[in-house]
Design a protein around this ligand. Structure first.
Ligand SMILES: CC(C)(COP(=O)(O)OP(=O)(O)OC[C@H]1O[C@@H](n2cnc3c(N)ncnc32)[C@H](O)[C@@H]1OP(=O)(O)O)[C@@H](O)C(=O)NCCC(=O)NCCS
Length: 294
């Protein structure tokens, strides 16, 4: 009988797990392996387990305890992958159970099949992966909602700069981070401040700010977790006029063009009609978000 052991992931496992991801994930999800590595192995709060079969790693799961929303401590499965030659042997189920008990110990009362702001690779399970959806359903997860990603063909997009009244839009400067973070946390109820922290590590800084009369009124960011993924973005409710959101978006997309990209994705797109109208963006992927009460 082959032996199966589930144990905590250690940094030494990174290369083998990356190899499993290369063989198990959709091509669209393995275009930025460096970013995936950063997310799984170098992010505070990410918990990982690997499955060893006869001493060889054949699967891995990672997750986070994310945020408290109205008293609910939420967890998310950041990634689960089993090497294709080892599927349908209950390995994924055992890995998931291990992660669920770890997040439960940390106070989570529900767990999602993706997402997990501020650090995530996708918002849920791609609808093109019915096997993965079946896997989560068998483990007791229920479909909750659907979140789209949108694709922008950068060559076809009108990225010319526009005037936005008296508002100045410019790249975030690292030294202003404390003031900006305070505004982010106050304006967006701690929703995006942490996610945008990573833009300071990008070259150039991948965050723009809109400033009027010395006060922040909007921001846009890209590559927070993953290369070629735009978002998040927000303009203060009282500043949603004069095309501010569209111009903030164009600032980021112009960077992408300068960096040689021909297309990008808008991750977890909220106002789909806005992105279609402004950039001709089309829904490219739909993620089914499943949830389990623990
Ligand atoms: C999803 C995944 C982790 C499942 O791992 P696994 O070890 O094969 O899962 P299990 O053997 O524990 O399967 C448990 C149940 O899930 C369902 N399931 C798993 N694979 C399935 C498939 N290909 N088709 C239909 N149902 C499937 C079945 O109900 C199965 O129970 P059964 O074998 O008794 O019928 C694996 O398929 C995988 O790595 N997929 C690619 C990676 C990926 O896309 N991950 C999701 C992003 S987070």
């Amino acid at each position: 009988m082959p032996s199966l052991t589930i144990r905590r992931a250690t940094p030494e496992d990174e290369a083998v797990v990356a190899e499993i991801c290369r063989s198990a994930l959709l091509p669209a999800d393995r275009g930025d392996m460096a970013g995936l590595g950063r997310l799984l192995w170098h992010t505070d709060g990410v918990i990982g387990f690997v499955a060893e079969r006869d001493g060889a790693i054949v699967g891995a799961v990672f997750g986070t305890v994310t945020h408290e929303f109205e008293g609910t401590v939420t967890a998310a499965v950041t990634l689960i992958a089993v090497a294709p030659g080892h599927s349908r042997r209950g390995i994924g189920t055992k890995l998931l159970a291990e992660l669920e008990s770890a997040v439960c110990e940390r106070g989570a009362t529900e767990v999602w099949s993706g997402g997990g702001q501020p650090r995530f690779w996708w918002s849920g399970v791609d609808e093109k992966c019915p096997a993965v959806i079946a896997f989560f359903e068998k483990a007791g997860y229920l479909k909750d909602d659907v979140a789209p990603n949108m694709r922008v063909a950068l060559a076809d997009a009108d990225l010319g700069a526009r005037e936005v009244g008296t508002t100045a839009i410019r790249r975030l400067v690292p030294s202003e981070w404390p003031a900006f973070r305070e505004w982010m946390d106050q304006t967006w109820e701690n929703q995006w401040g942490e996610e945008v922290t990573t833009t300071l590590d990008r070259t150039p800084v991948s965050c723009f700010v809109a400033v009027r009369d010395g006060a922040y009124i909007g921001f846009s960011a890209y590559d927070t977790n993953r290369r070629a993924l735009f978002g998040p973005m927000g303009s203060s409710p009282q500043a949603r006029e004069h095309g501010l959101g569209s111009e903030l978006l164009r600032f980021c997309l112009r960077d992408y063009v300068d960096q040689g990209l021909t297309e990008c994705e808008i991750g977890w797109a909220g106002p789909v009609d806005f992105y279609t109208k402004v950039m001709g963006a089309v829904v490219s992927r739909r993620f089914i978000r499943l949830k389990k009460e623990l």
